[in-house]
Design a protein around this ligand. Structure first.
Ligand SMILES: CC(C)(COP(=O)(O)OP(=O)(O)OC[C@H]1O[C@@H](n2cnc3c(N)ncnc32)[C@H](O)[C@@H]1OP(=O)(O)O)[C@@H](O)C(=O)NCCC(=O)NCCS
Length: 171
């Protein structure tokens, strides 16, 4: 466990944490957390995980969402696409991932991404799951995911995937 990891906890979003002051620099992600996340949890459309400082557990330092989705093999680079069937492949979507501006550049984005991938790989014991998918909000966010091994779909440049074999091999 890194020294940063030791100072934070990752939990499900609940009424305990304060969503109102969260600000990551991307308005759409702030709005999602404040206005939509609780509804999505209630309707089982997404699970929302937050990272909080152990000393101030009501403060949301970052969050990510997980949902089931599917993807088309033909959207992957040709060399990989030809190894898979033409019907939709099961995948897990990390729909949003954000760190509050005050907490950025301390390693929390990496910790959240690793936590999301760990949970997705665990689900894979019970349900077929080919890849993790992320939706980058812009080119800068895309570069963050590329750094961790994600590849763009050629027909949706801000949507990226990571085959879970890659994650399990790295464990
Ligand atoms: C992108 C974001 C999640 C990164 O979180 P963070 O906590 O600042 O990132 P970390 O400190 O964990 O950085 C981990 C590594 O990624 C690198 N990194 C961070 N942001 C990066 C970016 N945009 N492009 C490329 N690399 C990036 C860091 O330099 C660091 O590299 P290192 O491990 O070699 O030192 C955060 O900046 C954020 O929430 N931005 C606004 C919302 C957003 O763009 N979300 C992305 C999904 S839409």
């Amino acid at each position: 466990m890194s020294s940063v990891e030791a100072l934070f906890l990752i939990q499900l979003l609940s009424k305990v944490q304060d969503k109102s002051s969260f600000s990551c620099g991307v308005e759409a992600l702030d709005r999602y957390l404040k206005q939509q996340a609780s509804q999505d949890i209630k309707r089982h459309l997404a699970q929302v995980f937050v990272v909080v400082p152990k000393e101030r557990p009501q403060t949301i330092a970052g969050f990510y969402t997980l949902s089931a989705t599917s993807m088309q093999a033909v959207s992957m680079p040709e060399e990989l696409a030809r190894k898979f069937p033409r019907y939709p492949l099961p995948a897990a979507l990390i729909g949003c991932l954000a760190v509050a501006e005050y907490f950025q550049s301390q390693g929390l984005g990496k910790i959240l991404l690793a936590d999301a991938l760990k949970r997705i790989v665990a689900v894979r014991q019970s349900i077929g799951m080919f890849a993790a998918i992320v939706e980058a909000k812009d080119e800068k966010a895309k570069q963050f995911y590329i750094k961790f091994g994600f590849t763009s779909f050629h027909d949706q440049p801000l949507r990226l995937f990571l085959p879970l074999e890659t994650v399990q091999r790295a464990e």
